[in-house]
Each structure stands twice: as C-alpha cells, then as structure tokens.
Design a protein. Structure first.
Length: 94
C-alpha cells in the first residue's frame, strides 16, 4: 500500500497510525474487502470540531470505488448552543 498524502495543521489524521485505524474501521463499516485513505486534508473553519476531507479507495462492498468524504471529529469541549452528534445527524439526514 502506498503511503497516504497528508496535508494537515496539527495532530489528528496527520498521524499514520490514526489513518490506519480509521481505514480499518471504515472498511469494516462499509463491508469492503479493503479501504485505503489516499489523502487527508484538514479543512478550514470549524470553530470547535475538526473537519477533514479524506480521499479513499474502497475495494468491494456497496461503496466500491474512489470517493471524497468529509470526516467531522468531536472536540474536547463543546459550546452550549452546539447540537449533539445524534441531533446533528438528524439535521443532515432530513
């Protein structure tokens, strides 16, 4: 497997071990034979959470192919007016 290209400010997906663990989890979650993160870039904005663009190659499963996904991470702190992750998902899914 080729080494992923990472453009990042700070920790998080800039760490190869974190990328490997995420790729493994995503592969299992998508029923893929394998999944490779080929690029991870920290996106601008996100006052509290980090938002990453990840480019992935999915081998097998319903999502097979090349994709650009956005990964939102939880922050150590939260704002009182912030939605929790479940409420946020409901907003996006509707």
């Amino acid at each position: 497997m080729a080494s992923p290209t990472t453009e990042a400010r700070g920790p998080g997906l800039a760490d190869p071990a974190t990328q490997a663990a995420l790729a493994h989890w995503l592969a299992q979650s998508t029923d893929a034979r394998s999944l490779a993160i080929t690029s991870a870039k920290l996106l601008a904005g996100g006052a509290v959470q980090q938002n990453w663009r990840i480019d992935v190659n999915v081998d097998g499963g319903a999502r097979a192919g090349t994709h650009a996904w956005v990964l939102r991470t939880d922050a150590a702190a939260s704002l009182k007016v912030s939605l929790d992750r479940v409420a946020e998902f409901r907003c996006i899914a509707e």
